[in-house]
Design a protein around this ligand. Structure first.
Ligand SMILES: [Ca+2]
Ligand SMILES: [Ca+2]
Length: 154
């Protein structure tokens, strides 16, 4: 069979990221949970929302936009949703905001300083979204489409 590798070169700072496709529609490695058409990986080294997004993007992924993997999420985690732009809430990866899952009284934009969104998970397993100051340090979760390999920094 013919393997077609698509090389995408992304300039990031002064380094280049090389990202290719996998020969099969699967996740890049066993650390990534497969669900539907996407792969998910939670990270527990707490970061600001922007630092978390940068880390995901360096892998060729982005902060999670489709949350159909609740059982894998056991802590409060940054997701890709934000209202950093004037247009209102958007997903970091450009996905259409088709539904929301705000907690009671959220988003409250507390003190006018909450432009990023975390998914809060309670002890009984239910979860909801809360807008939060982007500079808070939280766990985070990346999402990458199945069939895409992780980028390599050269
Ligand atoms: Ca806000
Ligand atoms: Ca809030």
């Amino acid at each position: 069979s013919l393997l077609i590798f698509v090389i995408v070169i992304v300039l990031s700072f002064s380094s280049a990221l090389y990202c290719n496709d996998l020969p099969e529609m699967r996740c890049p490695d066993p650390d990534w949970y497969e669900f539907g058409d996407f792969c998910y990986k939670p990270f527990t080294d707490q970061k600001t929302w922007h630092a978390a997004r940068t880390s995901c993007r360096k892998l060729g992924a982005d902060l999670v936009s489709l949350l159909s993997l609740k059982e894998q999420i056991t802590s409060d985690m940054w997701i890709g949703l934000n209202d950093l732009e004037i247009q209102g809430y958007q997903w970091s990866d450009g996905s259409f905001v088709s539904h929301t899952n705000w907690g009671y009284g959220e988003p409250n934009n507390h003190e006018g300083r909450e432009d990023c969104v975390e998914m809060v998970t309670t002890n009984n397993g239910s979860s909801w979204w809360n807008d939060l100051n982007c500079d808070a340090h939280q766990d985070w979760i990346c999402m990458i489409p199945k069939g895409k390999n992780l980028c390599v920094l050269l």
